[in-house]
Design a protein around this ligand. Sequence first.
Ligand code: PRP
Length: 177
Amino acid sequence: MKIKNTIIDSQRIEQRVKELAAQISEDYKDIREPLIIVGILKGSFIFMADLCRYLTMPHVGDLMSVSSYGNASKRSGNVRIIMDARENQEGRDVLIVEDILDSGHTLDYLIKNFKSRYTKSVKTVVLARKPNELAFPVEIDYVGFDIPSVWVVGYGLDYAERYRTLPYIAELDPEER
Ligand code: PRP
């Protein structure tokens, strides 16, 4: 195994996901039309599934797949939509669900993209946030954990498509990955 150490164990994740869901449910409790929750594939699929099941207000799940071009060019502004969301977002409250915020580039693009669809509101929930020292200072409405700037895997996060289904978040050994 090339895992170095556990950063967040499964019990802490479960507890925090419940807390986030409780906060979101409270904030949207008076919503008139169901909240559209858009999970960004692939990384958010496990977080999205867990979060949705603890929400107590009306919501509709949706999925979208995007990809950025490599690490170096992530900062240059290239995000490609692989599969768009299916719900009509016009006039609706939308919550974007991401597993991780790194440079902020993906969420910066998505927030602008969703606002251009004449949404009523766009908010963001991110399970893990790395220190964001780069060019996209994105405002996150709900943050699960602030984590160190290391390569993390598990609970949806991968290294070359491996480790996504680990039930905890761990640091990958940079020597062995
Ligand atoms: C990850 C994550 C975000 C993005 C965050 O996706 O799910 O979408 O990177 O990085 P940023 O803040 O620097 O833009 P990734 O490109 O690894 O694809 P995946 O979700 O399919 O694994």
